[in-house]
Design a protein around this ligand. Structure first.
Ligand code: SF4
Length: 401
């Protein structure tokens, strides 16, 4: 039986109106428990984040990031923040700068996204990927993640932050996001040109594309609402040339686990740290570049040295918190609004074929960590409610610090 991995959790809920009971104190405590003492002096510490994109600002607040940066400096490490080039170059628009974060911001694959090294993948139609040279060069990885939904796989967390964000843009878009095309789902011989056009028309999300010259039909998997929609299959029922099947989505989840493993394997196991922020849990990932409603109540922060355990615990807490039905955007026309449905909130949004736990199952199989975890809540509302209340201190004059 595998040993349970520790996952530290600080809830957004607090036991009294006091700084010691609030989230910042919990983040600091979790950083202490993660124990950065395995970071050696002058280690180059990559803090992999998603810094948002365009108007998408619901990422991990710089307020917390700078505390992680300071804790790394305190043990003698040399931290830097890294993400895809565009998100780094325009990060200042969302409040992330060297001055605010306390360390440099460096594009993950160099100035033109070409500083990479080949990583052999050999999974389905993905032979190799171009791994971020900057992550490859680093001695330590601190994976700071905004937990949220994701159109391809239901959930975007710590594994996705590394798996997608740890490779060049062309690897991400032209290879990883094409892996589902390796699953046979369309029979060209059974499908006439007119039928193919009818299938394109049937999809309310415009994600079926057809090239009449090549007689080639494709479903762009990341927009497919699968079993919650199935409008295409209604049109196809007398022809039977199209299938929407779980392998379609599972392939992406397994590829994420494999791609993340390749990156984690470049680090010493004692130099891997994970922090998940389950705040402003939006339906889509941060690549959308726009503000979105939070569809799950704020939960808090989690920390672990095991990427699989932290992902499983985050998903369990999201499941427990549940969906805020009235916050679901109207364009989620096929969301499951039944709170009693035996589905994870992300399956209610994105469809039951996008089981968000699947990535953790694949990750465990591929040796990234263990799903079994011990949740250790720190400074719980119960605990802080019993702590000695602070003496009220009001600012009597403007203070600089
Ligand atoms: S299931 Fe719905 S969203 Fe998916 S391809 Fe078919 S029509 Fe489009």
């Amino acid at each position: 039986m595998s040993k349970k991995a520790d996952v530290y959790f600080g809830s957004i809920q607090q036991g009294q109106e006091a700084l010691f009971a609030a989230l910042a104190a919990k983040v600091e405590r979790i950083i202490e428990l993660l124990d950065f003492s395995t970071i050696e002096k002058r280690d180059k510490v990559a803090i992999k984040m998603h810094l948002g994109f365009q108007d998408g600002f619901q990422t991990v607040p710089v307020f917390f990031v700078r505390r992680v940066v300071q804790a790394i400096k305190d043990v003698g490490g040399w931290p830097f923040i890294t993400d895809n080039p565009t998100s780094v170059y325009n990060a200042a628009a969302r409040g992330y700068t060297q001055e605010t974060c306390g360390c440099p911001l460096i594009p993950a694959a160099g100035v033109k996204d070409g500083y990479t090294c080949k990583s052999k993948i050999n999974y389905r139609n993905v032979k190799e990927l171009d791994m971020s040279g900057v992550l490859h060069d680093a001695n330590v990885l601190v994976d700071i993640t905004h937990a949220k939904g994701h159109a391809n796989c239901g959930y975007g967390g710590a594994i996705k932050n590394i798996a997608l964000g740890g490779y060049s843009g062309s690897s991400r878009w032209s290879r990883m996001h094409q892996v589902e095309q390796s699953v046979h789902y369309w029979d060209s011989e059974k499908c006439t040109q007119d039928h193919a056009k009818a299938l394109v028309k049937a999809c309310p999300y415009n994600i079926i594309v057809y090239d009449a010259k090549k007689h080639e039909l494709k479903i762009r998997a990341f927009g497919c609402r699968n079993q919650l929609c199935l409008e295409c299959l209604k049109v196809d029922k007398d022809v039977g040339c199209l299938q929407i099947k779980p392998e379609f989505f599972a392939a992406f989840q397994e590829l994420m686990a494999i791609a993340a493993k390749k990156i984690l394997d470049t680090f010493d196991k004692n130099k891997l740290f994970f922090l998940n922020f389950a705040l402003q849990v939006t339906p889509h990932c941060d690549c959308m570049g726009m503000a979105q409603p939070s569809v799950v109540p704020d939960i808090g922060v989690l920390g672990s040295r095991d990427i699989v355990a932290i992902e499983t615990a985050t998903l369990d807490l999201i499941d427990k918190a549940g969906l805020i039905e009235q916050a679901i955007p109207p364009y989620f026309k096929h969301a499951n609004l039944d709170p009693n449905a035996d589905l994870h909130p992300f399956e209610r949004l994105w469809g039951p074929m996008k089981n968000p736990y699947q990535v953790t199952e694949f990750a465990e199989q591929h040796g990234l960590g263990v799903r079994d975890y011990k949740l250790i809540e720190i400074l719980s509302p119960e605990e802080t409610s019993k702590m000695k209340p602070p003496k009220q201190a009001y600012e009597r004059e403007p203070s600089f610090y």
